[in-house]
Every structure is written in structure tokens, then in C-alpha cells.
Design a protein around this ligand. Structure first.
Ligand SMILES: [Zn+2]
Length: 466
């Protein structure tokens, strides 16, 4: 039986912190306590370090087709980058082709990850509509395959957008299977009109991406999604919430008793729409949906995280090359052709520690909650993931709160030729990362093995109190 002992650290969970040793046996946490025996095969000294549960990123897009291109990180490079940043579990999105069976889509995505991923992974399933066949496949996905969360889009008409009837049906149909509907909340039809008008006027620069996806389009869709959930007596999860107005819609819904959960992302907390003023098409690097917002929204989101209105922080990691490969260049003459998405799977914990914990906006415990515990609870992975407790998987990060690193595309591990945070120095870095007890990152070096990550069958989603 392989054992390791992490000694003299401060174990941090969503509930508190304590000076304790952690004994790992066969990939699982066997004991947490003071003065555990030193007879382990490997002893790791964690003096002066926090011992955190590995991060859970419930919003990634690895190896994702978008028209005739694909997001640049696959399940190998993307999960290696995740591990470097202290994330040991991801939940990615399986997307069926129009008319394709959901079970077939799950097979396709599992095949993309199998033999490549270096950390554990699960999948949400994208739904375009909800009919009889979808309903029976959802039952199998939830009860047999451990896929208990279902993503629907109120944006992207003609490609992914689902109408209100489909969303309502899906909320009812997944609810009884322990499922949770996740919503991309932007009013796709209203945005379509604004985009057409902008292009007609000759407003083709990247900044018009943001101007044609205004806050109102997000706030309207978020409140509509919440109303649909209320009518369906079902929970709902709003992904990548980016604005104060959408946050207000969430508060109003919660006050009425709707089980609404929400995620925001580091880019909405740490960046503003000032990035769209960059010259030389550089603004295209920041083209994502929803777009970056005016700076005052950042403080509103931080307050929402501290006040527990927002539940989780995921990355929406969806990297496309700026010039190598020239994915973003496709929109040089038309912002609506810029592939939407940006990299971030590696930098989530460091940015949140530096901008959140070190500034006093959130406590270290809240940091663990939003990066690991809450996503594990909401998406049916708790207590296997998201906590340092006896019986949990030994996904453990030794966190050095005093070390600093400069973020740069020249040193990051994501397979993409730019960083949203180029040159920014952050303090608080993962020094060592264990996944199921195996050391996979040691002082900035990847020491894990390709393909060691396992598919996670998840339990019921959306029932946990975050
Ligand atoms: Zn996304």
C-alpha cells in the first residue's frame, strides 16, 4: 500500500483551517490530524504552506470544434496546464451534433479525454432541444453514465440556441433525474439585431463585439432563465455571470425562493472592457461571450462572491490562437467572425488568491469554497472532490502564499500564443500538486503521466447548498 504523509502544513477547507498532517493511502486521504506517524513511503514537509483541496474547474472547453477550427488545448495539454495551476478536476462540455444521440456525443468526448487527461474529468451534456428522445437519453446519462448537468444556450441563434419551451422542458425533465440545467444567459435574438446593425454601419472592429452584447442582453436572459426555473420548480445554474445587473436578477430570484446557482470567471473579476481599446487588433484576444464589462462591474462581482450570491468561479477556458494558429485573425474585417473564447485554465487559483485573498475581498476559506468545494457540491462530486477529509480523493495542493510568479505566454503551459494577463505578477502559487495521491506537479515541473486522469461518474447535481 503506497502511503504519503504531508506534515506541518495548515489544512484549509471551506469550513475552516487547522494545523494538521495528512496521511494518504492508495490515493485516498486516510487521516487528517496532528502528529501522525512518520512511517509513510513519502514524507512531504508543508511548513509555512497551506494544504488545499485541488481546484475543481467546472467550465472548460478542451478539444472543442468551432466550425472548421478547434480550441487549441486538447485533454493532454489542457489538463497539464490545469495541474500547473492547482486544478485537479475539470468538468468539460460534450456537445452533440444537431440530431446526434447524446450518448454518442458522450462517447466522442470520452474518447477525446481517454489516454490523454492527466487529472480527473467529467462532462456536462449540451442540449439543443428537449423532446421524447432527449428525455430518455437524459435518464440514461444521469442514472447510468454519471452525467447530471445539462447546458443550454439562450445565445447563438441557428447554432446552439434553445428556445424557452425546450429550456422549460429540460428543466422539468432533468429535475426528476437529479439533474441540473446550466444556462448561457444572453438574449441571442436581440444581439443578432445589434450585430447586423453594427456591421451595416461599418463598425467592424473587435470592440463592437462588446458593444453589441450589452449588459441588458445578459440581465434579461438571466431573469428569464430564473423565471423558467421557478415555473419548473427546478434548480438552475447560470454560467459565466459577468455583470452587476445579472447578479441583481439572481438576488431577486433567490429572494423568491428559486434554487439558482451562479458562476463567474477570473476574467470578469480581473479585467474590464478597457482591453477592447488596444490597438493592432490585440483587442481580439479578449473577445469572449459575455464580453468584458466596464470596471465597476468587477467590484460588484467581488462583493457578490464575498456575500455568497455567486457560488463558484470557473474559467470558461476556450483558447484560440491569436496569430499562431491565426484563429482570431479570421475576424480582422468583421468582429462577428472572431472565434469567441480565451485561455485561463492555468491561472484561476493564482489570480483569485492574488486579487481576492491578498486584497481582503475574500477569506482563504471562501477561496477554497469557490474554487473547489462549491463546484464539487453543486455538480455531484462531493465529498470525493473539493475537500481534505478522510475518505476523499487525495487531490491536494501545497500552496505557497508568499511566492510570486509573472504570468506570461512565454512560460505558461496552455497551448496558446497569448495570455490575457501578460506581464502581471501574482503572489500565491501552487508549489506541489497531488492527484489521487500521486505527485503530478513539483515546483513548476510536470512529473505526472499522460492518460492517468479518470472519467468521473457524478452524483445528483443542483441539490447541494453552496
Ligand atoms: Zn463556456
Amino acid at each position: 500500500m503506497a502511503t504519503s504523509l504531508i506534515r506541518n502544513g495548515t489544512v484549509l477547507s471551506d469550513a475552516g483551517r487547522m494545523a494538521a498532517d495528512v496521511l494518504v493511502e492508495n490515493g485516498v486521504i486516510a487521516r487528517v490530524g496532528r502528529g501522525l506517524p512518520e512511517s509513510a513511503d513519502t514524507v512531504i514537509d508543508a511548513s509555512g504552506r497551506f494544504v488545499l483541496p485541488g481546484g475543481v474547474d467546472a467550465h472548460t472547453h478542451l478539444d472543442m470544434p468551432a466550425g472548421d477550427i478547434t480550441s487549441t488545448d486538447d485533454f493532454e495539454t489542457g489538463t497539464i496546464a490545469a495541474a500547473h495551476g492547482g486544478t485537479t478536476t475539470i468538468v468539460d462540455f460534450a456537445t452533440p451534433e444537431p440530431g446526434e444521440s447524446l450518448l454518442a456525443a458522450l462517447d466522442t468526448w470520452r474518447a477525446k479525454a481517454e489516454g490523454k487527461a492527466v487529472v480527473d474529468y467529467g462532462f456536462h451534456m449540451v442540449l439543443r432541444e428537449f423532446g421524447e428522445r432527449t428525455a430518455s437519453e437524459v435518464r440514461l446519462l444521469a442514472n447510468r453514465e454519471g452525467v447530471t448537468s445539462f447546458k443550454m444556450f439562450m445565445a447563438y441563434p441557428g447554432r446552439l440556441m434553445a428556445d424557452d419551451g425546450s429550456i422549460s422542458g429540460a428543466m422539468r425533465g432533468t429535475r426528476d433525474q437529479g439533474g441540473l440545467v446550466m444556462i448561457h444567459a444572453e438574449n441571442g435574438r436581440a444581439i443578432e439585431v445589434l450585430i447586423a446593425e453594427a456591421l451595416q454601419r461599418g463598425d467592424t472592429a473587435p470592440r463592437f463585439h462588446a458593444l453589441t452584447r450589452p449588459v441588458g442582453a445578459e440581465a434579461e436572459a438571466a431573469s428569464r432563465a430564473i423565471a423558467l426555473a421557478e415555473m419548473a420548480a427546478a434548480p438552475v445554474f447560470i454560467v459565466h455571470l459577468s455583470s452587476a445587473e445579472a447578479l441583481e436578477a439572481l438576488r431577486v430570484g433567490r429572494a423568491r425562493g428559486v434554487a439558482v446557482f451562479a458562476e463567474t470567471c477570473p476574467q470578469y473579476l480581473c479585467l474590464s472592457d478597457a482591453e477592447y481599446e488596444r490597438p493592432d487588433f490585440e483587442a481580439a484576444k479578449f473577445v469572449m461571450s459575455p464580453p468584458l464589462r466596464p470596471a465597476p462591474h468587477q467590484e460588484a462581482l467581488w462583493r457578490g462572491l464575498a456575500a455568497r450570491d455567486l457560488d463558484t468561479v470557473g474559467t470558461d477556458h476556450c483558447p484560440f490562437g491569436f496569430s499562431d494558429p491565426p484563429h482570431k485573425q479570421r475576424g480582422r474585417d468583421d468582429f462577428s467572425k472572431i472565434p469567441n473564447g480565451a485561455p485561463g485554465i492555468e491561472t484561476r487559483l493564482m489570480l483569485l488568491w492574488d486579487e481576492g485573498v491578498r486584497t481582503g475581498r475574500i477569506t482563504p476559506e471562501r477561496f477554497v469554497e469557490i474554487t473547489a468545494a462549491a463546484p464539487a457540491k453543486i455538480f455531484g462530486l462531493w465529498p470525493r472532490k473539493g475537500t481534505i477529509a478522510e475518505g476523499s480523493d487525495a487531490d491536494i495542493v501545497l500552496w505557497d502564499p508568499d511566492a510570486s510568479v509573472a504570468i506570461s505566454a512565454s512560460t505558461h503551459h496552455m497551448r496558446v500564443d497569448y495570455s490575457l494577463y501578460e506581464g502581471r505578477t501574482v503572489t500565491g502559487v501552487p508549489e506541489a500538486v497531488l492527484s489521487r495521491g500521486e505527485l503530478i506537479v513539483d515546483r513548476g515541473a510536470f512529473v505526472g503521466r499522460k492518460g492517468r486522469g479518470r472519467f468521473l461518474r457524478r452524483g445528483a447535481a443542483g441539490a447541494a447548498s453552496a
